[in-house]
Design a protein. Structure first.
Length: 318
């Protein structure tokens, strides 16, 4: 069975692009913790949460959990409690600084890669790598309470002007520009320099600027609308939002991007890893002089990688 990709809410599960991509496991204990922070609900019990996670480990071997950075404290505390009680290094908790829709896109990419030949350690570390290639942001009706992206005093003041709208890019480089209301305006955050597909989720604003103007400026390969994640209003500090995320849709490019990075062995748990830290046990990579000798592999950016060999991809994926 492929490594399980788990999320903390059903709104973080995007539709599978093909019949080969598995769905994500929705942690019902996390859903209950978010709904009932004081733990009064019967389905919030620690025993149920432990059983839920243990079942995933038994079926899949390893579990990669993606949790929004804005999730309520009880959700995060419950995840760490379950991992601690199980005393398992087979659970990786990922909380990248991505907005909720961007996190859902990352979960989808990891789901796509889970059926390839990557080890659990490499797959979990790939979450950090791939998050740098997701252009996630939102069209907002107000930035008065926004604290996750730098906002100037001038922009704060303009938030109070009726009809004001702002295009905010959270990752990979924070940027904020004001756009003309009703979906117009030439101002636009800097977009990706590689092929992407754009997803957007509508809140209390019209999506025209995102679906037409932004999509055209960024020269995306396609546009799709999805439901707005529950955490979006909390993350962006307003319900007047149209959240968007542009990312690499091609599994062969994702595969080559991850496989082009040098792999190391975690000195603590023994899993493979890419980057500077194991995603499962959190052990950092030793200094260069203390690492075993390995043949380096040069990483390539997504604009220049070649499609992966079909022999390396799962059957039926091209």
């Amino acid at each position: 069975m492929p490594t399980a990709i788990a999320v903390t809410g059903p709104d973080l599960v995007l539709p599978s692009p093909d019949r080969h991509t598995p769905s994500a496991a929705v942690l019902q204990s996390a859903v209950a913790a978010a709904r009932d922070p004081r733990g009064h609900a019967q389905d919030y019990s620690l025993d149920r949460a432990i059983t839920e996670m243990h079942t995933l480990i038994e079926h899949h071997g390893y579990v990669i959990v993606l949790c929004p950075a804005s999730a309520p404290a009880p959700v995060v505390q419950r995840l760490h409690a379950v991992r601690s009680v199980l005393e398992s290094d087979r659970i990786a908790l990922l909380r990248p600084e991505l907005p909720p829709l961007g996190l859902a896109v990352l979960a989808l990419q990891l789901r796509q890669l889970s059926i390839c030949d990557f080890s659990p350690g490499v797959l979990a570390c790939a979450g950090r790598l791939l998050s740098h290639y997701i252009y996630a942001g939102a069209l907002l009706g107000s930035v008065a309470k926004l604290d996750r992206v730098p906002v100037s005093l001038q922009s704060h003041a303009k938030s109070w002007v009726p009809g004001a709208q702002f295009a905010v890019l959270a990752t990979p480089r924070p940027e904020l520009v004001r756009v003309n209301g009703k979906g117009g305006g030439d101002a636009c955050p800097a977009g990706p320099g590689f092929a992407t597909r754009l997803l957007y989720a509508q809140g209390q604003l019209a999506p025209d600027w995102v679906a037409v103007t932004l999509a055209s400026k960024w020269n995306v390969q396609g546009v799709s609308d999805v439901r707005l994640p529950v955490e979006s209003s909390r993350w962006w500090a307003t319900g007047k939002v149209v959240e968007f995320a542009a990312a690499i849709p091609d599994i062969s490019v994702l595969y080559q991007l991850v496989s082009s990075v040098r792999r190391e062995e975690c000195h603590w748990c023994g899993l493979e890893l890419i980057g500077d830290r194991c995603a499962f046990c959190a052990a950092p990579l030793p200094p260069p002089g203390e690492r075993p000798t390995a043949s380096p592999v040069t990483a390539s950016g997504p604009a220049s990688v070649l499609p992966a060999s079909r022999d390396a991809l799962p059957r039926g994926v091209t």
